[in-house]
Write a protein of this length. Sequence first.
Lengths: 330, 293, 296
Amino acid sequence: MLVAQKAKLREILNALSEEYQVAVPVQREGTSAFELYRDGIEVMFNGNTSISPKGMFFPQTEKMYGFKTVKNTTEFVSLPVEQGKRLLFGVRSCDMKSLDCLDQVFLTKGYIDEFYKQKRERTVIVALGCNEPGETCFCASLGLDPQKAAGADVHAYDLGEVIGFEAVTEAGQKVLDLLKNHLREQQFALPPVGEFYLKPEVAGVPEKLKGMFESPLWEEIARKCLNCGACTYVCPTCHCFDISQDVRGEKGIKYRCWDSCMFGEYTQMAGGHNPRPTKKERVRNRFMHKLNYFPERYNMLLCTGCGRCLDVCPVKMDITSIIQQIKEAK
Amino acid sequence: MCACNCDCNHDHDYDHNSVSSTVTSNPLIPMRAKVINIVQETVDTKTFYISTLDGEKPFDPQPGQLGMLSLPDIGEAMFSVTNKGEKHIEMAIKAVGELTNALHEIEVGQEVGIRGPYGNGFPLDYCRGKDLLFIGGGIGLAPVRSLIMHCIRNREDYGKLTVVYGARSKGDLCFKEDLFENWPKVPNMELFITIDKEEEGWDGHVGFVPSYVEELAFKPQVTVLCGPPVMIKFTLPVLQKMGFAEKDIITTLEMRMKCGVGKCGRCNIGSKYVCLDGPVFTMEELKDLPPEY
Amino acid sequence: MEDLTLVLRRTAKEILEKGEAQMVIGWEKGAFWYSSTSAFISKPEDTERLIWDEYCVNNLAKYLLDYRHKEGKVAVFVKGCDSRALNVLLQDKQLKREKILIIGLACPGMKDEVEARKLGRGSSIPLYKKCRECRYPNALNYDFFIGEDKVIKEIPAQDDFSEVQALESLSPDEKYNKFVANYERCLRCYACRNICPACNCRECIFDRTASGWSSKANNVSENMFFALTRALHVAGRCVGCGECERACPVNIPIMLLNKKIIQDINALFGEYEAGTDVTAKLPLGGFEFTDPEEFM
C-alpha cells in the first residue's frame, strides 16, 4: 500500500491543489461541511461532516440560466459554467453510495441533468475509510463497506500516524502519480471496523411496504414530526428541488434550489388541491420514497445509513426505529 | 436579491451568449417562443397558440403529452397540449395562480419560454380501430381534446367518437366552436353536452356528468376521461357498473411539477412520476398505485 | 426522577382509563441513553413507554396545535418552559383551555445531549445553557402537579443579557460580520420555526414563496431576512425555551436575537416575561394610551 505520514497531508493537499480544485471536510462553528481547500486549513478526520457533500454536485441554490424580458420579448441567456478538474478528499462510504443514488436520478431514465453531470464528470474522489462508526451510523446494515467506498477513484485509509492510499480507477491512479514524491510503499493491514450501535434489519422492508400504504403506522410515526426540512437537507440522497427566479428589472436569473417533501407547499397546486395535505401523507411519502418507491424505480434504497437525519432531527425521528416498526407491523 | 451564494455586492451581469433558440441539450432550459393567437374560451380560460420565433411548431407532441410554459420573470408550469397545428401548438389555460393569471394578461405577440414534449401521451395503438367515448368536465376537456382532434384528423383509423362534456354553466363550456360548429359536422361522431344548472337560453341537457353518462347507458368501449376529481370519483363507479374493463378506462392526471423530467421529485404517485410515466394512466395502472393524487 | 416516571405512567394510565383525555403527550426514550423524545399515547397499556428523565428537553406545547380541532381533550405533561409556551398559545387564542388537561412537573434542568454524546455515559453531563439560565423551571399553569411543587434547580437572580450586551458593543461592521458568519450556514430547513411555540401562524409568509415576498434561494441576505422576520414575529411572545437553537442543525445562536428583543421590550414597555401570566396583555399585542409614540 502507498502511504504518507498524516502530518504530511498538508503537503499532499497543496500538491493536489496545483492540479485540482480541492475540497476537504472542515469543522466550523459547531458544524462541519466540505469546503474548498486553502493552505493550512485543518482537515476533519474525526467522523463524517454534518452537511453531506451532495452540494458539491447539486448545490443548495444553483443558477441555471439568465433571461431578459423587455416589453413583450423574452430572451434566454446561458450563464458561464465553472470548468476545471476538482478533487474531493475524505468522502465516506455512505456519501459515495449517495452519489450512486443521485447518479440514478440525474443521469438515467431518458433525461440527463446537465448541471449535475458537468460537476460529476470533472470531479475525482478520494474516499476515506471509516474505522470507528459514529453513534448514529448504520451503513453496514445496508450492505456498505465502511472502509472501502464503492465508486471512489482512490481509497484512503486512516491508519493512525499514516494515511494509506489505493487507486481504484484510472483517474485515481493519476492522482497517486501526482503524489509520487510524497508516498512510499509499505505493508499495512486495515484495522478492524468497530462495532455499530444501530443495526436496522432492512431485508424484506421494501417489499413489505408495498402493501403498507394504508397502514395506521404512518399516522403514529408522523405525530412527532415537525415537518421541518432538516432531515431532507442534511440527507445525502434527498434530491428534490424547486425552480424559481430572481428578477431585477428586465433581467433575471432562473435558479433551482433544494426543496423538501416535508413542506406543505411542495405539492400544493395552484388551484388549491394538495395531494399530500397533512404531515401523515408527507412523512409517509418520505419513508416510502426512501424504502419502497426508489427501490422499485432504481433497484436500490434511497438511504445510505449515514445517520445524519437522526442526528439532526429535533424530535428524534429515527429511520432505524421506523424500519423496525415496519418489520414488526402486522 | 441575488440568487447565487456568494453574497457579494458585485453586479450579477451575465455574458449574453444567447442560447440557441430552437435546440438545447439541457432539458431544463426552455426555448424562446411566441404567442401567435389567444382564444377566450370562458371567463377564466384562454387557449394560447404558440410557435417558435421563426413561425414553426416548437415541438411535435403526441396527444396527451405536456409542455412546460413560462413567463420567465413570473414562473413556469406544466400544461397539457390541447391541440397542434402545422406550425403551432395550443394550450388551454385556466387562471388559477400567479403564472396563469399573468398569462391571462398577455397579448398576441408576447414571447414566452417553452420546453417539452413531456409525458407518455394517450395509447394511440390501443385506441386505433375502436369506438371511443370521451368524458370531460370543465377545463378537463383540454387534454382529452388533443386525442379527439387526433382522431378527427385520422378519422378512418378510429371507430365511432362519442363525447360527453359538462361544465358548471353555458359560459363555462370550453372550445365552443368545436362543440357547436366543428365537431357536429364530423362523420360518425356524437356529442352530449350538459351543464350543472338550468339557465336561460340553454335548451340542452342539465345535470352532472356522472349521472348523464349513466343515463346514456353506453356499451363498454374505450373511454378517456378527465375532469375535476369529484367528477372522476363519481364517474368511475358508473363506468364500472356499465361493464367497462379497467384497462379500457383511461385518464390523465395532474400534479404540481417543476422539472418535467422526473428529477425534482414532487409529482410522484408511488414510484411513478406523472411528468414522465404519466400523465396518462389506465384504471388498471392506477389500481397498482397509492391513491395519492 | 425514576420514581416520578412511575407516577407519570400511572397518572397517564388513569387519565386514559377514565376517559379524561383521548391522548396523553409525554416523553419516551429515543435511540440513545441521552435522547428522550415526544410520545403520543392513546392506549392505557402504552403508558409503560412514558419516561421522565434528564433528557426530556423537547417542549411539548406546540404539538397541542395538531389536535386543536379534534374531538375531546388532550393531556400534556409540562415543565416550566412548556408551561410558559402553553400560556402563550392560550394568550394567542390558538388553544382552548378546556380542551387541555395540563399535568405540571418540576424540572431539574435538562442535560445537554450534545455534551452527553461527547463526554460519554457515566461522566458528569452539564445542563443545557438555556436550562442553567432558566428562572421558571416549574410548571406555572396546570390542572394538577406531579411530584413536589418545589423548585429543584438553582435559579439565577435575573436574566442574563451579557451576550446581547457583548454584541451591542461591537462596531456596525463587526456586527454585520458576525451575522453573516451565523446566517450564511443557515439551511432554511425551518426547524427553528416549526418547533417554536410562538410561531403559530396558520400560514407562514415563508411558505408563500409564489408571492415573491421571500425567495427560496439560499443566500445570506435571504437567510437573514428569514431570521430577522421570525425574530420580530415572535417578539413579546418568545418564552425563551431555546428550542429553536436546540433544533438548529447547523448550530446558529438563534437565542441571541431573541434575547436582544426581550431586553429591548423590557426597556421599552417595562419588565415582561412572556408566558408567565396567562392573563397578561402582550407587550406588542395591544396598546395603552400612555404608550410612547415618539415617531408620531
